[in-house]
Ligand binder design. Sequence first.
Ligand SMILES: Cc1cc2nc3c(=O)[nH]c(=O)nc-3n(C[C@H](O)[C@H](O)[C@H](O)COP(=O)(O)OP(=O)(O)OC[C@H]3O[C@@H](n4cnc5c(N)ncnc54)[C@H](O)[C@@H]3O)c2cc1C
Length: 578
Amino acid sequence: MAVHEFDAVIVGAGGAGLYAAMELSRQADLRVAVISKLYPTRSHTGAAQGGIGAALGNMEEDHWEWHMFDTVKGGDYLVDQDAAEILAREAIETVYDLEHLGLPFDRTPDGRIAQRRFGGHTHHFGQGPVRRACHAADRTGHMILQTLYQQCLRQNVRFFNEFQVLDLLLEDGVACGVVAWEILTGELHTFHARAVMFATGGWGRIYKVTSNAHTLTGDGAAICWRRGIPLEDMEFYQFHPTGIYRLGILMSEAARGEGAVLRNRHGERFMERYSPTLLDLAPRDIIARAMITEIREGRGIDGKDYLHLDFTHLPRQVLEEKLPDITSFARIYLGIDPLRQPVPVQPTAHYAMGGIPTDVWGRVVVDEKNTVLPGLYAAGECACVSVHGANRLGTNSLVDILVFGRRAGRDMVRYLREAERVSLRRNPDRDAREQVERLLRSEGKEKVAALRQELAEAMMEYCGIFRDGAGLQKMLGILGDLRERYRRIRLDDRGRVFNQDLLEAWELGCLLDVAEATVRSALNRTESRGAHMREDYPDRDDENWLKHTLLYRNSDGTFAFRYKPVVITRFQPQARTY
Ligand SMILES: Cc1cc2nc3c(=O)[nH]c(=O)nc-3n(C[C@H](O)[C@H](O)[C@H](O)COP(=O)(O)OP(=O)(O)OC[C@H]3O[C@@H](n4cnc5c(N)ncnc54)[C@H](O)[C@@H]3O)c2cc1C
């Protein structure tokens, strides 16, 4: 067994992990490692298209208070407002920091960072859309990832690429390392560190139609949950309105920010009926529900389960210069030229609002009193700080990963100045080894790919945009059955070298865990708020449910809920209309 000694170990090389690593590695005496199951620039941050929200006010008047208000209202008032204030304020300096680090933002004619409209972002506290999204064409995430990775290399961060973390090490309630599987060799490595951070991204792969890559399987959230850490607000999972029909590949909201509109089978711009002020730039939960309503009422295209995203009135230059990637997606995947024909779209599973609970310094907290688990940090999509509440606004994830990735990095520096090194127990990799061996030796007949597909299809049907108690109960039963069958899998490849079969089997365990947390939390919350729409409880219920869910999985396999109050500072909850 290989053992590596570091001061800080970061799991995940997306925007959140890399920003934290960059901050830490500014301290020459600290040894910093980033472990990633993917080559860093293949992390999903690289797929982010439309932009990063910051009230720079470069193209029209804008203020961080407006950004904060939009974030709180967009999240249906479940947002912690102390965190939202930090997000909106620090977004501005973060964008300028990125610019100074070399990120090639698009420019206005007079050389400032260009900005465009995005869903739910408004001026004067909801009066109308505002240009707030800073962008590099529709490749903003790609540019962020390249910029941060270069800086990390320059500052000698040690990368362990294609290492899959399987377990978190805790001793006497203090985080002290992780265990990872080296994909190339099949060797287990123990990383002993004084601080550990999870930045492992989301879990869109619990759903069939999703914008998320095959690798987004909720590993970090599942690992923490198995170690007794609760998961927060898991019932809130976002469907983005415009995924390519059946494929889920994203047509960024930047498309609508640049003027594309949604139409039904009659060619109607139906959002006029659902959101008279913001129209096609209403928040995602509202548009996704409007689309499903149109489809249910027979106004889908040709009576089917999709609608049209219409670019045909836009100038060629807008598509070629501002939306080149999504234009080529339509051409490549559908053979459609969006200049001439509308693109068939349907809502696609996109973003986890919930996750590993943290405070505003990225420190993982384990209860409703915000008790910190020493040495453990989380940031980015796997974490819940909570700046997105019940529904995230477009462009706010990139802000979140950078602002809170940076804050986590800075707090880890502070922590490392005081923290002692905790000794590892004997055989720290024992549990991880058992997990792997069990999968390799399993003698059943079940196929991982089939179980994964059944899970994703059932989640789409019973825990999608609209849910109800009966469907969620049914889904719990399906999950029980899938778990049973998961114990009886058989791998085609039982070797150790580059065994993708094994890793997908291990990831299926994570998918089952995060799906279970999602379904249990959705069943428990008997109200509708943001992305969580219970048809049997269609109204928001502030009296009983203006609180965060914390779901624990106990060591005996039972589950327990606890609740955390929402932090409200500036904006009292109001009816949410657009
Ligand atoms: C198509 C698309 C477009 C988007 N566009 C926008 C946008 O315009 N604006 C916006 O704000 N947001 C956007 N988002 C959302 C945003 O991109 C993501 O939420 C964000 O990038 C997540 O970053 P992250 O750092 O948390 O994780 P990721 O970038 O997903 O990185 C996760 C990292 O964790 C590693 N990892 C995971 N599990 C393990 C493990 N077990 N062991 C080791 N390593 C592991 C992976 O290798 C990877 O390096 C978009 C999302 C998608 C899918």
